[in-house]
Design a protein around this ligand. Structure first.
Ligand SMILES: CC(C)(COP(=O)(O)OP(=O)(O)OC[C@H]1O[C@@H](n2cnc3c(N)ncnc32)[C@H](O)[C@@H]1OP(=O)(O)O)[C@@H](O)C(=O)NCCC(=O)NCCS
Length: 210
């Protein structure tokens, strides 16, 4: 993944400065401080500890790029300016220097998916849009819609109790999707195809029409 290029594309597309941190190895594990190490030890499986550690290292990189302390021990997401996702051993953190602005990120590997999954998280108009894609493009389209809803969920400042069907993607074909929630909030979300899969990044505000 070319980080600087992705940061530039994301910043330009979303009209918001975006910083990205990626961690896909255990190098730098010693950089966790004592509070973070204590938090890490609460997790029971090696896989979860690996993901959590890589997530903190990715977050630290973003915090440093925002000229902030890289102590993550007090950060509880959702929180303004920061978001985090994991995919196949790669942690991706996203941040913005813009104060009081929420961001959200989600990554999913591209793979063939069972279209019945769509019934669990898409509304009628979104299902109709999906059914009009070329069959060969439907898995990628479904994965993109999933990452958009997950990224917007993480961007929502008070997301406790919300589910995927609470989010409506009004412009699924647009470069910057316009996403609304029943509580009247508006979000914009852009998706990027990278080696690791589809990465969607969301922030607050209105997106584009199809
Ligand atoms: C919380 C949730 C967004 C995590 O997504 P995921 O795809 O399982 O995992 P990801 O790797 O992309 O993201 C995990 C990170 O999101 C962050 N996160 C967790 N809860 C969060 C929240 N409520 N808001 C924002 N970010 C959150 C954490 O940093 C977490 O990483 P960490 O535990 O290592 O710190 C997801 O499980 C969820 O609840 N989705 C929406 C609700 C829903 O509809 N659920 C039913 C799906 S059928």
């Amino acid at each position: 993944m070319r980080l600087t290029e992705l940061e530039n594309r994301a910043s330009e597309t979303l009209r918001l400065p975006i910083r990205i941190g990626v961690c896909d190895s255990d190098d730098g594990a010693a950089d966790l401080n004592s509070a973070e190490t204590a938090q890490l030890e609460r997790f029971e499986t090696d896989a979860r500890r690996r993901d959590w550690r890589r997530g903190r290292l990715a977050l630290k990189a973003v915090l440093r790029s925002l000229d902030r302390s890289d102590d993550t021990s007090d950060i509880r997401l959702p929180a303004p300016q920061l978001s985090l996702t994991h995919g196949d051993g790669t942690a991706i953190a996203v941040g913005t220097p813009q104060p009081d602005t929420h961001v959200g990120v989600d990554v999913e590997a591209l793979r063939p998916v069972n279209m019945r999954m769509a019934l669990w998280f898409l509304n009628e108009a979104e299902l109709d849009w999906l059914s009009r894609r070329e069959p060969s493009e439907r898995s990628a389209a479904l994965i993109r819609l999933w990452t958009i809803k997950e990224a917007v969920f993480k961007c929502h400042p008070a997301n406790d109790g919300l589910v995927m069907t609470d989010f409506t993607i009004r412009s699924p074909s647009a470069d910057v999707s316009d996403v609304r929630t029943a509580d009247g909030l508006q979000f914009r979300c852009a998706s990027f195809h990278e080696d690791v899969g589809i990465i969607s990044i969301a922030t607050q505000g209105e997106g584009n029409e199809d």
